[in-house]
Design a protein around this ligand. Structure first.
Ligand code: DAH
Length: 330
């Protein structure tokens, strides 16, 4: 018996162990064949002999199991070492990937606001009328809904047309102070030189208790942000209209292509429109149950920022996956 146990201990690998196991406990194994002797024994001997065999079988099985565990661990360790990848190996002929310019632009935008302690909030791509329109002060008959050509599902749900519904979701689940941005994809029924059915926006929202937040705060943060993005550009605020902000503005920067002299891209105006913003309309607070608060919001299109940053003339080239474009961003 001890000899068998020693043999088990001496096994060096899983297949030796398996062979040994078969030779002892297998159908024709040495111990198994001992059991066949039982039928030739007298009753009283039988009992004792059977008990002894069973005990031996148990001991051996236990020893096999322990050894199996040990060898299997060793085997897996070695296999993992063999299969491990060397992340330090750099093949100069391989083509490293790179972030898509839309994603690197998004990252750059996010970095700015995260450095100011804004949180990043998420919302669903499939929205309902309440979050996408109604709570943003766009009642059913409001003409501003025409601005947003919407993809509807049969059950009246819709693909969100902007990232603004995440403002609503955040205010419904959090209390002020809120300082958030929310980056993500949005969808509209549009397709031409300057529009694609899917594009990306970053929305921002700041809400504080009391009347602390003013248009001056909004103006200073956006001016700083736009100079961080585009360098030393001029920034101007033009009065505009959005249902969810009052007053509202559209923000222009001096044209990054012609430096404000006038060119084809800025249609000879010297200015490029880059975002919309405003002081949150008090009607919006009613929908989320806020009172005595003040805040501002803004929204921008990431593709447009990427095009201006990298001087990409055609919006659609950002979606075609053409390697000749993407390789320039490695
Ligand atoms: N949601 C607007 C759009 O998709 C963008 C926008 C404008 C967002 C002004 C805002 C804002 O938060 O204040 O066109």
């Amino acid at each position: 018996m001890q000899q068998l146990i020693n043999q088990i201990h001496l096994c060096k690998n899983l297949s030796d162990l398996e062979n040994l196991k078969i030779s002892i406990l297998g159908k024709k194994g040495s111990l198994t064949s001992e059991f066949s002797k039982l039928k030739d024994l007298k009753d009283e001997e039988k009992k004792e002999f059977a008990a002894k065999l069973n005990e031996q079988k148990e001991q051996l099985t236990h020893a096999f199991n322990l050894k199996f565990k040990e060898l299997n661990e060793k085997f897996l360790d070695e296999k993992m070492k063999q299969d491990a990848m060397n992340f330090y190996y750099f093949d100069e002929n391989s083509k490293a990937g790179a972030l898509h310019p839309v994603m690197s632009t998004m990252d750059k935008i996010i970095d700015y606001f995260v450095s100011l302690n804004f949180s990043i909030e998420k919302g669903p791509l499939i929205e309902d009328d309440f979050h996408n329109f109604e709570a943003l002060n766009l009642p059913k008959s409001h003409p501003a809904r025409d601005m947003q050509d919407t993809f509807y599902f049969e059950d009246k749900r819709l693909l969100r047309t902007h990232t603004s519904p995440v403002q609503i979701r955040t205010m419904l689940t959090q209390k002020p102070p809120i300082r958030m941005i929310t980056p993500g994809a949005v969808f509209r029924r549009d397709f031409d030189l300057t529009h694609t059915p899917m594009f990306h926006q970053v929305e921002g929202l700041v809400v504080e208790e009391g009347q602390k937040v003013s248009f001056a705060n909004l103006k200073s943060i956006l001016e700083d942000f736009l100079r961080y993005m585009f360098g030393n550009v001029k920034v101007r605020f033009r009065p505009s209209f959005f249902p969810f902000t009052e007053p509202s503005a559209e923000v222009d920067i001096s044209c990054v292509f012609c430096k404000g002299c006038g060119c084809r891209v800025c249609k000879q105006t010297g200015w490029l429109e880059v975002l919309g913003c405003g002081i949150v309309d008090p009607n919006v607070y009613k929908f989320v149950g806020y009172s005595n608060v003040s805040g501002y919001a803004f929204g921008l299109g990431v593709e447009r920022f990427a095009m201006l940053l990298h001087q990409i003339p055609d919006l659609r080239s950002l979606f075609e996956g053409d390697l000749r474009l993407l390789e320039q961003f490695r």
